[in-house]
Structure formats: C-alpha cells, structure tokens
Design a protein around this ligand. Sequence first.
Ligand SMILES: NC(=O)c1ccc[n+]([C@@H]2O[C@H](COP(=O)([O-])OP(=O)(O)OC[C@H]3O[C@@H](n4cnc5c(N)ncnc54)[C@H](O)[C@@H]3O)[C@@H](O)[C@H]2O)c1
Length: 245
Amino acid sequence: MSFENRVAIVTGAARGIGEAAVLRMSSEGASVAVVDIDLDLAESVAKAAGKNAAAFRCDVGKPANVEQLVKDVVARFGKVDILVNNAAVCPRISIEDMTEERFDQMINVNLKSVFFLSRASAEAMKSGKWGRIVNISSTAGRVGGIFNATVYGATKAGVLSMTKSFARHYAPYNILVNAVAPGAVETRLITMMAQESIDNTIQAGPLKRLADPDEIANVITYLCSDGASWMTGATVDVNGGTLMV
Ligand SMILES: NC(=O)c1ccc[n+]([C@@H]2O[C@H](COP(=O)([O-])OP(=O)(O)OC[C@H]3O[C@@H](n4cnc5c(N)ncnc54)[C@H](O)[C@@H]3O)[C@@H](O)[C@H]2O)c1
C-alpha cells in the first residue's frame, strides 16, 4: 500500500483508534491532519507521526468548524484525499437519566460531524477524481447499544445509513465511502466501563479478548488505499467474531 502524496484527515486522532490510524497511514507515506478537540494530545500524536503530520484543534460537532478545518488542511497540505470520521463520544447514560443536552451532544459529535465533514471533504476531493472516506461505526450500530449506550448505538446506525447515501452520491467522482464497525477495542471508550461489563464483553466473543487499536487501524488503512477500489457503501465488521452476519 503506497500512500505517497496522499493527504488524510483523521478525526478523534489524539488517542485510541484514531491515533493508531494516524501512525499507520503516516508510516505508509501519507501526510496526515491529526484532528481532535484535545490539541495537546493531538500535537504529541502528530510529533510521533513525523514531519508530514500536523495537529488541528476542532470540535467536529459544529458544521462551521469542520468547513473551516477542510480549508485549513488544504492551506497546509494542498489538498484532501482521505477522510476518516473517527471522533465520537460514548457517555454511559441510562434511558431514564438521558437529557436532551447529552442526547444532542452525541448526535452532534457522532453523526452530524460525519455529514458535514464528509460533504466539505468530498468537495475538496472532487477535482482530483480520487477520494476515500471511512466512517467508524460500531457493532452497537448493528445490534443496538448495550451498557447504557442507547443513543450512541443509534448514532452509529445512522453512520451506516449515511455511508451508503454518500457512497452513491460521490461515486461519479471516484470518491469511495465505506464504514468499519469495530467490536470492543482496548481504548478509553471501553476501559472507562465497570470491570464487570468489560469482562462480560470479553466473554461474549470467541477470541476472548479486546482488540488492539492497531487491529482496527489495519482495516481502516486498507479501505483508504488504492487496493480497495471496488468497495463502496460497504460495512466491514471487525469484531473478533462477536457478531457474525
Ligand atoms: N473502543 C471501542 O471498543 C469501540 C468500539 C466500536 C466503535 N468505536 C468507535 O471508534 C472510534 C474511536 O473510538 P476510541 O475507542 O478510539 O475512543 P477514544 O475515546 O479513545 O477516542 C476518541 C477521540 O475523539 C476525540 N473527540 C471527542 N469529542 C470530539 C469532538 N467533539 N471533536 C473532535 N474530537 C473529539 C477525543 O478527544 C478522543 O481523542 C469512535 O467512533 C468509536 O465510536 C470504538
């Protein structure tokens, strides 16, 4: 896989799966915009990724921010070829305790961002007649959220639907849009859960372990490569066999 001369935007890139995707794609030769709400952490990831990476602070839940982000990335790197919509929040809140404010926050960060950043990035990709957008969904988007992740699961189901609509819309420009639906991965999103819930999650899968973020980044990177030229509108389940469809 060669990513020479490719410019990628990865959101939620300051840690976890996003960080792993940045390090993998930059090691393959891509220039990478390391985007996160936490600029300090994003800067340390960009530093680790090398001289062709730069950190950008952006709250992706606000459309005006992501439109500006694309302009800033084009100003820095000259173009955009690849977008990985990875940023998300997953506060564990029961149905009884959910508030409108927390509901809207999840919709904004996990779903609204995917629409507006994909649209802004695709506009920048059109002239090059080549593009890759990878949206990070979740097994929760397929089966519904567990452990008080009801709204989170709904946002991730929305991501799967949006992936298909964008795939159809941008196909004439050779912009391919796919989703990855990870199972449980060893990142803050999982490790902040109660130990009993983590143990139950591990026992539910045939491989009896959590994934390493690199195991998701491998699949993301493939979908962003030239090799994935006949894939669009697809969802790749990367869940260690927890859900077999
Ligand atoms: N860890 C898992 O088990 C798992 C399973 C399925 C899907 N996912 C998905 O993988 C993706 C990455 O999750 P992770 O596990 O690495 O989580 P994480 O919590 O470790 O990382 C998420 C990153 O997103 C950033 N972020 C949060 N709100 C933001 C905002 N408004 N704007 C910009 N950045 C923001 C955070 O600062 C953080 O760096 C998410 O889409 C998540 O839903 C994770």
